[in-house]
Design a protein. Structure first.
Ligand code: PMP
Length: 432
């Protein structure tokens, strides 16, 4: 009881001191002060399996990252205009993971900064001002990254308040979008036609920006050939292809390190963050030397803490752990097993309309009716609340908030995956 009131009292102080729009999970959240691997612990000693945390692919409390940052902070941390080894080594190792030709790195602190900078680089490199983005996407909170974010789950007014330089194309969702199933092949030619029409109107876009795997829709693969079709069109008009890999990249899909590999394309500009620092602020833009050089027209580029010694040390420790702990391999193995178990649940629980995704980028979509796909929004919220009581952290996602955001740390083990499935089975069987 003491700890419960402690959590409630802390929540009151949070609400009084932080901006109201800075939301928190759950109406009455547990007070969580510790984590280890895919587990979170509240102050009452209650353990939860964290099924949503794509900011910590290595897991919580990772010793390698903690030690590397600790050692670096004790030695030196300063802005990135000084000359030191960590930033060089990190830029080299990050670029080595990207396709040939994408060999030049800008270091920032977050995903919003990375997508914003990617857009600014594209505007500078092309001398244009228009950008094409897919609807129902989220790319960040800064001015430009927010401008291309059209998810109504994040901002109910998103569709009517975008600046005029942003041009939305239909969300390429083969499950519940305007074109479904085999008709999903129509999204790419339609987006290409929109790009051509903009060019014909004298407003050829500087860039097309998209996540390479449809995150906000609940981890849905883009239709086959989608990015190839749209990238070809934007390049034909002299624009650039920006891949937002903030969620899809870094091995989460299991089969590939980058999401764009699933689509058999190579972008011109890649934005990364989240996983890059395992929760330590670190983001990056990776592009060609030539495109990066065009940013010179904007003056110089400087981010005080982007690529600082400590954030570079964090990034290097994350890359070491990805290699040594075989996290991409684990995402494939545990993700494949988890998906097949969730699909088995779908055969017994009609509320599950589909299990989307690959690796550990999954989405369990709840519908009231498998025919008309009516989103089971209230049910999804209630199921997440009940899962919390049963020891699973899970949140709704998607524009209808009817998809379970299944993006756990990539170190998730079989036992935790099975626990999540068992608890979901129990909620769907007993009611919520
Ligand atoms: N792009 C995508 C696809 C994201 O999911 C997010 C964060 N949810 C961002 C960009 C913005 O990243 P950040 O919160 O680190 O600014």
């Amino acid at each position: 009881a003491r700890d419960a009131s402690d959590a409630a009292e802390l929540l009151e102080r949070r609400e009084a001191s932080l901006a109201e729009v800075q939301e928190h999970y759950y109406a009455a959240p547990p007070r969580i002060e510790r984590g280890w691997r895919e587990h979170l612990l509240d102050v009452d000693g209650r353990a939860y399996v964290d099924m949503v945390n794509n900011v910590t692919p290595l897991g919580h409390g990772h010793v390698g990252v903690a030690s590397a940052v600790n050692a670096q902070l004790r030695r030196l941390n300063t802005n990135s205009r000084f000359h030191y080894g960590a930033v060089v080594e990190y830029a080299e190792r990050l670029a080595a993971l990207a396709p040939d030709g994408l060999d030049t790195v800008f270091l920032v602190n977050s995903g919003s900064e990375a997508t914003d900078l990617a857009i600014r680089i594209a505007l500078a490199a092309t001398g244009r001002r228009d950008v094409v983005a897919i609807l129902e996407a989220y790319h960040g909170w800064t001015y430009a990254s927010d401008a291309v974010s059209t998810s109504i789950a994040d901002n109910p007014d998103a569709l009517t308040t975008r600046p005029d330089w942003v041009h939305g194309v239909d969300a390429p969702n083969p499950f519940r979008g305007v074109h479904r199933g085999a008709d999903a092949a129509r999204y790419a030619p339609e987006a290409a036609a929109r790009i051509m029409a903009l060019a014909a109107q004298g407003r050829p876009p500087a860039a097309f920006i998209a996540e390479t795997f449809f995150g906000n829709a609940g981890g849905i693969p883009l239709p086959d050939g989608y990015l190839a079709g749209v990238y070809t069109a934007v390049r034909a008009t002299g624009g650039l292809a920006i891949a937002d890999e903030v969620q899809a990249g870094f091995g989460r899909l299991g089969h590939w390190f980058w999401g764009f590999e699933q689509q058999h394309v190579v972008p011109d500009i890649i934005a990364v963050a989240k996983a890059a620092g395992n929760g330590y602020p670190l983001g990056a833009v990776i592009t060609t030397r030539e495109i990066a050089a065009a940013f010179r027209s904007q003056g110089y580029f400087f981010s005080s803490t982007g690529g600082s010694p400590a954030s570079s040390a964090a990034g290097l420790a994350v890359l070491d752990a990805f290699r040594d702990e075989r996290l991409q391999e684990n995402a494939l193995r545990v993700g494949t097993r988890l998906k097949s178990r969730l699909e088995e649940l779908a055969t017994r629980h009609p509320l599950i309309g589909a299990v989307h995704g690959l690796g550990l980028y999954l989405g369990v979509e709840f519908v009231r009716d498998r025919g008309n796909l009516e989103p089971a929004t209230a049910e999804t919220a209630a199921i997440c609340d009940r899962l919390l009581e049963l020891g699973v952290i899970m949140q709704p996602t998607g524009d209808h908030l009817n998809v379970l955001k299944t993006k756990p740390p990539l170190c998730l083990d079989d036992e935790s995956a099975d626990f999540f499935v068992a608890m979901l089975d129990r909620v769907l069987t007993e009611g919520w």
